[in-house]
Design a protein around this ligand. Structure first.
Ligand code: PRX
Length: 641
């Protein structure tokens, strides 16, 4: 099929198009309306329909493939490797669902999941979906302050956690961080359900903490039916960083998400029932939600859940899994590829990768040399795709399942069906229709199915943060309706063939090793140290991680960093603060001390000036900088590196 037609039809015959896609999933009651966009920018998909994500991911495959692999768990950290068939997954999810019900979880309640990459994390997500509880997974690499703010926003009835994770053979205890987070949070969960892996002994809080093994043992053949939920019932919230310190709870629906994922497995990720999908992400991120847990299972595929590093025991580990489990689609991030690039290239040639249809990469810009390297090393197609926590599935990609297209290295491809992608001139707000013009990447509403419904409990923030209303023009005497544009906060250009190139964020969100972080959160954390008067954190280009966070601090008492030893000690102390509060993922690569930060006369921090100097670029017009010595100091620090 011609892709341009397919894309055009998804927009011009929106309801017919998505009504067809809705056939890819099971409905308990079919929808009566495909898209209700009567209250823009809020879109309601498949109104009147009832369905269940867990039914579509698990139960519906029992009739045709009960003994086929569904979840393949591989931990190179603990040496455990175990396959769950759809039948076994069904049983495990019901045990977890029964436990949650037993702990008092009701439809619409939130369950916060703070877990390492273990099967119980997926069971817990699917169990929530099964009973209509809203899960909120918090990345295991986040520490107590990050976790506490999410607990307070989600107000979970139950938190599901584990004693520990493991990274590179080192045990990372979760329970003390969780206990500290609950202490910090205003909201207190009624129960904490603990999966004890036997990695790290932990204290139990009497009356609050429950042991999952005990609950599970009591319900060998438990039956918990799927709750038939309105298509618009929230399935989960997932927190993501923005320009303020307070993370946003991205809220997703049920029916729209099921349809969007099922369609994406077919048209983008080229996955068929009975095959194996391997995404190397983490359940704490959106890729883990969409393409470790829900997407592949909805498609009737086996999904590999991997706990460990890409280079341990050696750089061939992932490729050995591709061979062993005959992986057909694989999904990873550019940073992981750059890590592999530093290893012996022979590792990639050791295994038979002929089952692999393509390697999909997303989460951060895929630079051309890295794309070329992995393409040569694997000898398989490399497909870059661009999307966000907010959208839940690709905005830009090649849709080879519709029509085979050529990749252009450096570009994540064209606008995906369902997305009315545009480039907007930042200054004038006008659409840039020509080729090769740089603008802000926006999507004209309604967002397609599967995208965020709103910010959890904050419709106003959703509208204010993301949407711009464009007054409708009068055409031939007829008033056209207003249009609503969703901002991705990314810069982009489009070439004459319709391929987009992403040129970085327009806001203060940074991307470290594919992990999305807000510089404001890191600044707030550093500011909590008694010695800090003022701080600016910027993202600086890095060969391996894409970007790293760099902090510039003005001290209350400069003498603390007057000697190189003093500065080093304080730098270490400040990094510890971030480790303890937010987690090591957010730790700045350097903390430098200066006497003033570059600001405008009105006090606006010029983070972009700092970033440009740190990246060795021209910072542009400096006439607005109040204190030129601030710029000078950053230049000197940069030159001394
Ligand atoms: O800046 C873009 C970048 O990552 C942001 C979204 O991050 P997150 O919410 O963590 O979702 C990741 C889902 C894959 C985007 O706004 N980004 C993501 N993919 C790409 C990308 N930048 C360039 N190329 C990509 N393929």
């Amino acid at each position: 099929m011609d892709y341009a037609d397919f894309h055009r039809r998804s927009l011009t015959e929106r309801d017919a198009f998505w009504s067809e896609q809705a056939q890819l999933v099971d409905w308990h009651t079919p929808p009566t309306q495909i898209c209700d966009y009567s209250n823009p920018p809020f879109a309601k998909w498949f109104v009147g329909g009832t369905t269940n994500l867990c039914h579509n991911a698990v139960d519906r495959h029992l009739a045709t493939r009960p003994d086929q692999a569904a979840l393949i768990f591989v931990s190179t950290e603990t040496g455990i490797e175990r396959t769950y068939s759809f039948r076994e997954l069904h049983a495990e999810v019901q045990r977890m669902a029964a436990t949650l019900l037993g702990l008092g979880v009701k439809q619409g309640d939130r369950v916060l999941i703070y877990m390492p990459m273990i099967p119980e994390a997926a069971f817990a997500m699917l169990a929530c979906a099964r009973i209509g509880a809203i899960h909120s997974v918090v990345f295991g690499g986040f520490a107590s302050v990050s976790l506490a703010s999410r607990i307070d926003d989600a107000e979970p009835t139950v938190i599901v956690s584990a004693d520990a994770g493991s990274r590179g053979g080192k045990v990372v205890a979760y329970k003390p961080l969780l206990d500290e987070a609950i202490k910090l949070a205003v909201h207190k969960p009624a129960k904490v359900l603990m999966v004890d892996r036997g990695l790290s002994p932990f204290d139990r809080v009497e009356g609050r903490d429950e042991d999952y093994a005990t609950w599970r043992d009591g319900q060998a053949d438990t039956v918990v039916p799927c709750a038939w939920l309105d298509s618009t019932h929230p399935s989960y919230t997932l927190y993501t960083s923005g320009t303020t310190g307070k993370p946003k709870g991205v809220q997703r629906d049920t029916g729209g998400y099921a349809v969007a994922l099922a369609a994406s497995m077919k048209y983008i990720y080229l996955g068929n029932a009975g095959e194996t999908y391997f995404s190397t992400s983490d359940i704490g991120w959106v890729v883990g939600h969409s393409y470790i847990v829900y997407g592949p299972l909805i498609a009737g595929m086996a999904t590999i859940m991997y706990e460990g590093l890409p280079i341990r025991p050696d750089a061939a580990i992932w490729w050995s899994l591709v061979e062993k489990y005959k992986v057909t689609s694989m999904f990873s991030a550019p940073t992981a590829v750059r890590v592999l690039k530093k290893q012996d290239p022979a590792a990639l040639k050791k295994h038979d990768l002929s089952s692999l249809r393509a390697l999909f990469l997303a989460g951060e810009p895929l630079d051309e040399p890295t794309a070329q390297w992995i393409s040569d090393a694997l000898g398989r197609p490399i497909i870059d795709n661009y999307w966000q926590t907010e959208t839940g599935w690709p905005i830009l990609s090649l849709c080879n399942g519709v029509e085979k297209a050529v990749s252009k290295f450096g570009s994540p491809g064209k606008a995906v069906y369902g997305y009315d992608v545009k480039l907007i001139d930042e200054g004038t707000g006008e659409e840039l229709k020509g080729a090769n013009q740089k603008g802000v990447v926006v999507i004209e509403g309604p967002l397609p199915p599967g995208c965020m419904q709103t910010v959890w409990r904050d419709d106003e923030r959703f509208v204010k943060t993301y949407w711009t209303r464009v007054r409708g023009k009068v055409v031939d005497g007829v008033q056209q309706p207003d249009r609503h544009l969703y901002s991705t906060f990314d810069w982009g250009v489009r070439d004459a063939d319709g391929y987009y190139f992403i040129l970085g964020r327009t806001d203060d969100v940074i991307n470290v090793a594919g992990h999305r972080l807000g510089t404001r959160e890191i600044e707030e954390s550093l500011s909590s140290h008694a010695s800090v008067a003022e701080v600016a954190v910027v993202g600086v280009a890095d060969q391996l991680k894409g970007q790293v966070a760099m902090a510039f601090v003005v001290l209350k008492d400069a003498s603390r960093a007057a000697t190189p030893e003093g500065a080093l000690a304080l730098e270490g102390e400040l990094m510890k603060v971030v480790d303890n509060q937010l987690g090591a993922v957010a730790r700045p690569s350097r903390v430098r001390f200066i006497s003033a930060l570059p600001k405008t006369r009105s006090g606006k921090m010029l983070r972009r000036v700092i970033q440009a100097i740190c990246e060795g670029r021209d910072p542009g017009d400096l006439s607005t900088v109040e204190d030129p010595t601030a710029v000078q100091q950053i230049r000197e620090l940069f030159a001394a590196r």
